[in-house]
Ligand binder design. Sequence first.
Ligand SMILES: [Mg+2]
Ligand SMILES: [Zn+2]
Length: 160
Amino acid sequence: MNKAVFLDRDGVINYDPDDYIYKMEEFRFLDNLFEIATEITKRGYLLVVITNQGGMDKKRFTGEDVERIHTHIEKSFKENGTPISEIYYCPHHSDLQKCLCRKPDSLMVEKALYKYNIDPAQSYFIGDKPRDIVCAEKAGVKGIKIDVNQLKLNILDQIK
Ligand SMILES: [Mg+2]
Ligand SMILES: [Zn+2]
């Protein structure tokens, strides 16, 4: 079986200004991200991104905006030699409709576990919100909570 490190997007991969991020000019990767991705990949983990994008439901941005940012993320990780297996996102907002994918629910993680034959017991989820950790634990994955936008190199100490 494979093992994976799941990453939340806003506040973990890129700077989260505490508002929706959908414009390329406002998007920036956090410091240490690619160094951490390199080490995680070296240790044999797949990388999978799990993100709520409920602003789409609220019509703050479109699916095209999301795809543009995700294409940029995928390209940048690939160029770093640490390709992302897949980016899963939930386009629903709990104010408007119920769904099974929005974190803290774990459907997105469970889809990845199945598709990529990932052992949850050997996997981690790095997130900056309590709902990331709840989602991880529902799927049997160990959650690692960081403070928003504070991706430090010593997070690697928590990953085998
Ligand atoms: Mg976040
Ligand atoms: Zn959803």
